[in-house]
Each structure stands twice: as structure tokens, then as C-alpha cells.
Design a protein around this ligand. Structure first.
Ligand SMILES: Nc1ncnc2c1ncn2[C@@H]1O[C@H](COP(=O)(O)OP(=O)(O)OP(=O)(O)O)[C@@H](O)[C@H]1O
Length: 263
């Protein structure tokens, strides 16, 4: 694994610094076993790992949502952290704009909320109730709620996992655009290797409670699945995950068809 911490040390202070992080839920063994991780300001890191490898545990630790869990280690995160989950977690009894601005005290909260909703393509839906939005629209509102807080760190736990393939691709485009504008550091937990490569500057693989693999994504522009470099990185990551890369699997054909339709 590349020593990422060393590369950063003389440049800028990392937005996220984790050292020797241990977490365990019972005596049976640790989930995180001395994990080290740096994320630079504005850097987009995707986190892959087998089911149960501790991805959500790491994300929840960074979000401060792990109270009561045994563990040691150093966690340094910026002051302003936003979290997006697989379900939008919008409050059903509040209208969309009120969900987005919930807890904001600034006098211009409503204006900022409207602007955030416009950025995610939900202008005009401010007064809608969450149940009146589609799944994709609910996740857009959830992104707006995060971005209105102008986070220095965005933590996302499989935010597109419940969406259909076409909506997911649209959300990828939206998230990339929002990240270009707002430049938060991002840690995205995903099971989808292609999603990781399409979105991230760096992809890390968690295994045995530590970062086992750390790959910079050196692809320019559109990051097409048809690019041989994309395929090579996918194959390498799938090997790290202990999975065969099956180019002929039905899902791959669907992905390619959806990509063609979206381009
Ligand atoms: N609150 C909890 N109490 C007890 N064990 C837990 C708790 N939360 C997670 N675990 C255990 O910790 C391990 C790591 O879980 P975690 O949810 O972090 O994995 P993950 O990589 O995000 O998995 P998945 O990809 O399936 O979502 C699992 O074995 C899980 O059973």
C-alpha cells in the first residue's frame, strides 16, 4: 500500500486523519484493527470492502455516531461534517425545504435552502412532503440538506444503493458536479466498484480491519467503462475484494446499455 500519510505531510494538513483506530463490538475480535487513513481537503475517497469488513463502522466513527462502542485511536475531522445514508432520513412531517434547513439558525437559512434545492434539481419542490418525492428525489433532498451546511467533510454510506441503475448514474453526475463546486473532502462507502472508480480520486479497500489497498484513480474526463484503464483498475479492485471480474455477467450488459442511453 502506498504511504499516503507520508506524501501529504509537507503539503497541506489532511482534512481527515485517523491513526491506529481500533473498534470492537464484543470479545470475539476487532472490527477495526489499527486503521490509519488520511484524506486531503477536497479529496474524494471511495471505500470498498467485503460485507462486514467494517466500512460503516469506520464511517460512523468519523461521524461521531459510535458512542458506546469500545475502541482506541486518533480521529481528527473538520468542524463541519455532513452525513448521507442509503435512506434519505427526511422527516415525514416536515416539508422538503424545512427538512433541508432543519437546525440552521442563520437568518438566510430559507434562501440557502432554496438555493441548495435548486442545485440538486429540486427547484419548485420546496413545499412538497417527502412522500411526494421519488426515491431519487429524496436522495437529492438529502444531498441538499448536507450541502446547505457547507461541509468540509461529506460522509456517505451507500447513498445510491437503493436507486435504480439509471437514477444512480444521474446521481453520480450530480454528486461530481456538487463536489466540484463545494469541494468537500468525501468518504463514500459503496459496494459498487464501478461507482467507486467513476466518482473517486482514490479508492481504498478495507480488509482485516485495516486499509489493505489504496489506489489513486488516474483516469481523465468521462471515466468510461469502455476505457481499458478503467477495466484494469476494476479487475485489480475486484481481485482485492476476492471476486472474479465477470465481463459477461448480465449486470455488466445492463450497465453498458444504461451508460449508452445516458450519454
Ligand atoms: N451495533 C453493533 N453491534 C454488534 N456488532 C456490530 C454492530 N454494528 C456492526 N457490527 C458488526 O461489525 C462488523 C462490521 O460491520 P459494518 O456494518 O461496519 O460492516 P460493513 O463493511 O459496513 O458491512 P456491509 O457492507 O454488509 O454493510 C460486522 O460483523 C457487524 O456484524
Amino acid at each position: 500500500m502506498a504511504s499516503y500519510a507520508g506524501e501529504l505531510s509537507t503539503e497541506v494538513a489532511p482534512a481527515v486523519r485517523v491513526r491506529s483506530l481500533h473498534r470492537s463490538f464484543n470479545e470475539a475480535g476487532g472490527v477495526l484493527n489499527g486503521l490509519d487513513l488520511d484524506i486531503a481537503p477536497g479529496e474524494f475517497v471511495a471505500l470498498l470492502g467485503r460485507s462486514g469488513s467494517g466500512k460503516s463502522t469506520l464511517l460512523r466513527s468519523l461521524a461521531g455516531l459510535d458512542r458506546g462502542v469500545a475502541g482506541t485511536g486518533v480521529i481528527e475531522v473538520p468542524e463541519k461534517v455532513s452525513v448521507v445514508f442509503q435512506d434519505s432520513r427526511l422527516l415525514p412531517w416536515k416539508r422538503v425545504l424545512d427538512n433541508v434547513t432543519l437546525g440552521l439558525r442563520a437568518g438566510d437559512a430559507a434562501d440557502r435552502g432554496r438555493q441548495a434545492l435548486a442545485e440538486v434539481g429540486l427547484a419548485g419542490r420546496e413545499k412538497a412532503w417527502p412522500h411526494e418525492l421519488s426515491g431519487g428525489e429524496q436522495q437529492r433532498a438529502s444531498l441538499a440538506r448536507s450541502l446547505v451546511r457547507d461541509p468540509e467533510l461529506l460522509l456517505a454510506d451507500e447513498p445510491f444503493g437503493a436507486l435504480d441503475a439509471l437514477t444512480r448514474i444521474r446521481m453520480h453526475t450530480l454528486l461530481r458536479k456538487l463536489c466540484e463546486v463545494h469541494q468537500p473532502a468525501v468518504l463514500l462507502v459503496t459496494h459498487d466498484v464501478d461507482e467507486a472508480i467513476v466518482l473517486a480520486d482514490r479508492v481504498i479497500v478495507l480488509d482485516g480491519g485495516v486499509v489493505r489497498h489504496d489506489a489513486r484513480v488516474e483516469l481523465d474526463g468521462r471515466r468510461s467503462q469502455a476505457d481499458p484503464a478503467f477495466a484494469r483498475l476494476r479487475a485489480r479492485l475486484l481481485t482485492e475484494l476476492g471476486v472474479e471480474d465477470d465481463h459477461d455477467a448480465p449486470g455488466r450488459h445492463l450497465d453498458r446499455a444504461v451508460e449508452r442511453a445516458a450519454s
